[in-house]
Design a binder for this molecule. Structure first.
Ligand SMILES: NC(=O)c1ccc[n+]([C@@H]2O[C@H](COP(=O)([O-])OP(=O)(O)OC[C@H]3O[C@@H](n4cnc5c(N)ncnc54)[C@H](OP(=O)(O)O)[C@@H]3O)[C@@H](O)[C@H]2O)c1
Length: 211
């Protein structure tokens, strides 16, 4: 059985997730930041794409809670990850998921997991980690990875924190990138679970809709 998958991101009120030049900016407020770290502490693994590692260089650890150490999983078909990335600091276990033609690289004790061809096969990856005992996974972006999980309906919950700011820009990364659903029939409908005000922002929680 695949683990439970929670998608989470922070967006501006116009749905953007970074600056137009793809650089990170503080979109969450302190309360939402705490919520995300609590959510991380309840999960067995955190997944992000290599684009997020290259742009943001996150550590993907749980702040103020050294007890919980979710596995950090990076989707990186060609193994482009720089060896000085924070996720490779050995603080927590990290798995770099790669495709079959990846460029070999010395990543120290980091596990390199072959899982896919032209891109990482998400179903296969979830099954592998599920067999290893991972029960709950948090997917934290970026836009391409979010799109893949949504498109393949490989999620149970979808959480967006909408901050009270506008970023704008046609090329600015949005919550879901990729090619998008091309017609009305293929649009993904969600089930709204709840909406909650968090400081000067809104947390919207959706569930996958069976159809
Ligand atoms: N506000 C937020 O909550 C938030 C959170 C995270 C990131 N961000 C922002 O998002 C932007 C990065 O987004 P991004 O789209 O460039 O990068 P990304 O989604 O983090 O990573 C995308 C890359 O992952 C690899 N990948 C491998 N298998 C994949 C699969 N099955 N599906 C999707 N991707 C797969 C691909 O690269 P290869 O082909 O090389 O493997 C792909 O180009 C940055 O601007 C960052 O600041 C915002």
């Amino acid at each position: 059985m695949r683990p439970k998958v929670i998608l989470n991101c922070a967006a501006s009120a116009d749905g953007k997730i970074s600056l137009p030049n793809r650089k990170q900016l503080a979109i969450s407020n302190i309360e939402d930041f705490k919520r995300v770290h609590e959510l991380r502490s309840e999960c067995d693994a955190i997944i992000v794409g290599i684009g997020t590692i290259l742009e943001d260089n996150p550590s993907l650890t749980v702040r103020n809670n050294s007890e919980t150490k979710p596995i950090r999983i990076i989707l990186d078909t060609h193994c482009r990850i720089p060896s000085d990335s924070k996720v490779l600091n050995g603080e927590n276990k990290t798995i770099v998921a790669v495709g079959k033609d990846y460029k070999e690289k010395d990543l120290g004790n980091t596990e390199i997991l072959e899982c896919g061809d032209k891109e990482i096969n998400l179903k296969q990856l979830l099954n592998i980690i599920g067999e290893r005992g991972v029960k709950k996974v948090l997917v934290e972006g970026g836009e391409t990875v979010m799109w893949s999980f949504l498109k393949e309906k490989l999620f149970d919950e979808y959480n967006v924190f909408f901050s009270s700011m506008i970023i704008g820009g046609v090329k600015t990364p949005t919550i879901a990138g990729g090619e998008g659903f091309q017609n009305e029939k293929s649009i993904l409908n969600l089930k709204l679970n709840c909406v909650k005000q968090i400081g000067n922002g809104i947390l919207a929680k959706y569930d996958r809709k069976e159809n």
